[in-house]
Each structure stands twice: as structure tokens, then as C-alpha cells.
Write a protein that binds this ligand. Sequence first.
Ligand SMILES: Nc1ncnc2c1ncn2[C@@H]1O[C@H](COP(=O)(O)OP(=O)(O)OP(=O)(O)O)[C@@H](O)[C@H]1O
Ligand SMILES: [Mg+2]
Length: 280
Amino acid sequence: MSTLIEDLMPGPITGPAPKTGQRTRILAVANQKGGVGKTTTTVNLATAMAATNKKVLIIDLDPQGNASTGLGIERNARSITTYDLLLGNAQLGDAVRDTIVPGLSIIPSSVDLAGAELELISMPEREYRLVNAIRPACAGYDFVLIDCPPALGLLTLNALCLADAVLVPLQCEYYALEGLSHLVRTIERIKRAFNPALEIQGVVLTMYDRRNNLSDMVAANVREHFGDKVYRTVIPRNVRVSEAPSHGRPVLLYDWRCAGSQAYIHLAGEMLRRERKAAA
Ligand SMILES: Nc1ncnc2c1ncn2[C@@H]1O[C@H](COP(=O)(O)OP(=O)(O)OP(=O)(O)O)[C@@H](O)[C@H]1O
Ligand SMILES: [Mg+2]
């Protein structure tokens, strides 16, 4: 059983997170619901951003290690992982691996992370372990994307203490909004207790199926609640997107022409425009 973020409230154990490396934008890709497209969005958005000459780092914070696998990082190249950074056993530079995408690096995860939730509980600065490992050393990156696990536990709390903002992938299905309101409440609590600057960067609708009326209903509903936060670009359900990870490649390298790749290219463009506007 993992600890829920609620159990870890209220208030920081230590002072506020140190802020260095401010030029770098750090985004947590989070949704406690499983299988909604967090990893797919992290890997393919990062790839599309790297293609525009941004320097991008993915932090694989999920014990499942799907982002590491999806980027073709072999098991034997995962000797130093996010787990080691959380425990303070390694420096960022030791853990970073290049990927097949120029400009895109990753800190891989390992199954040890599954135990980290429990190990971290009794550690000092347990909410800021990732902040302490990443913030001072990430200035060389334009964007850091954190692929969160499908839970609101201590790992995700570490991601949300580190992040400037949260990108929420949302699958176009019936229960989507219910989970989203829980996530929004959690983000508000983390903002109050740990990371005052935290905000929702955006909501991305994933696995959209235009033949399905429900997809349209959910999309309309989410837009009604979240307005401009919801990206205009919608990621369609596309079989090429789901095939790509088994080849250890982002879909943009597997089949750049397919509808899924094109959607992620558009999403990256929309996101970079949004980011430029916010920074201006
Ligand atoms: N646009 C898409 N079209 C088709 N399949 C997709 C699409 N996006 C994601 N998938 C598939 O759906 C499944 C779940 O996606 P993904 O692993 O990205 O979700 P996740 O939120 O990271 O899951 P978890 O919560 O387990 O980490 C995967 O098999 C993935 O290949
Ligand atoms: Mg995932």
C-alpha cells in the first residue's frame, strides 16, 4: 500500500523548495488514473520538442519504466536510475542517458522505485528529494518532463514539489472528469503546503475516437470546466501510437506521418507557443 498525498499533509517538514536553474521549465505529466496516456504523451511530446532544437530531459518516475522502454533504453543501461537520485546515492549527470532522439535524454527508472514510496517516508526532506537532486543540476535543459506513476503517493508528491506546472493527459472516457477534480484538489493542496508556484499548465485530451459520441461529450465537458487550459490539439486513438513502444521508439520515429505523430507535433507547437506567451 502506498501512502497517499492526503496522508502527508499538512505542511512541509522542511522549508520551501530551493529554486535554482529557473530558466528550465519543469513539467510533471500526471494523472492518478492508470493508462490515460501519461507516458505516451511524455515520450512523444518530448520528442517533438527536441525536434525543434529544445534540449529536453525526461525523468522516468514510474517503477513500470515504460518511458525508459519506449525510448529503447536497455535494462543493462539502467544501472543508475531515478531511485538512486531520490535516495541521494547519485548525481543527475551520472543517471542521465542519451536516447535515439537527438537532444532528448532520460533518467531511467527501475523496479526499485516501487519500494521507494515506503523508504522515503522516514527520510528527511522526503517531499523534496527530487527537488534537491534535479533543481541544482538541470540548467542545461530547456524542458524537463516527469513521467509520473498512476498514483497520488510520495513519488508523485516529489514530482509536484519539483515541477513548475502540471500537464494532465485525460482519456476521453466517462469517468475522466471525476478523477480530474480529485487531481485538481490535490494540486491546490500541494500548492498551499509545499510548492506555491505550482499551476496546471494544460490538459491534453488523449485517445480521442471521433466515431464515438462519448469522446465528444467528454471533450465538451472538460472544455466547459477548464476552458483555455485544455489544448486545442486532441490526440486521436491511433494504432501506430500503441505499436511504437514495442520497437523502443517514439511514434514520431516509428511512423512520423501517422495521425498520432502529427497530433503530437501540433501539441508541441501549441505548448511552445503557450510557454512563450506565459514567459513574455
Ligand atoms: N493515442 C493513442 N492511440 C492508441 N493507443 C494509445 C494512445 N495513447 C496511448 N495508447 C496506449 O494506451 C496504453 C496506455 O498508455 P500510456 O502507457 O501512455 O498511459 P499511462 O497513463 O502512462 O499508463 P500508466 O498509468 O500505467 O503509467 C498503452 O498501451 C499505449 O500504447
Ligand atoms: Mg505510464
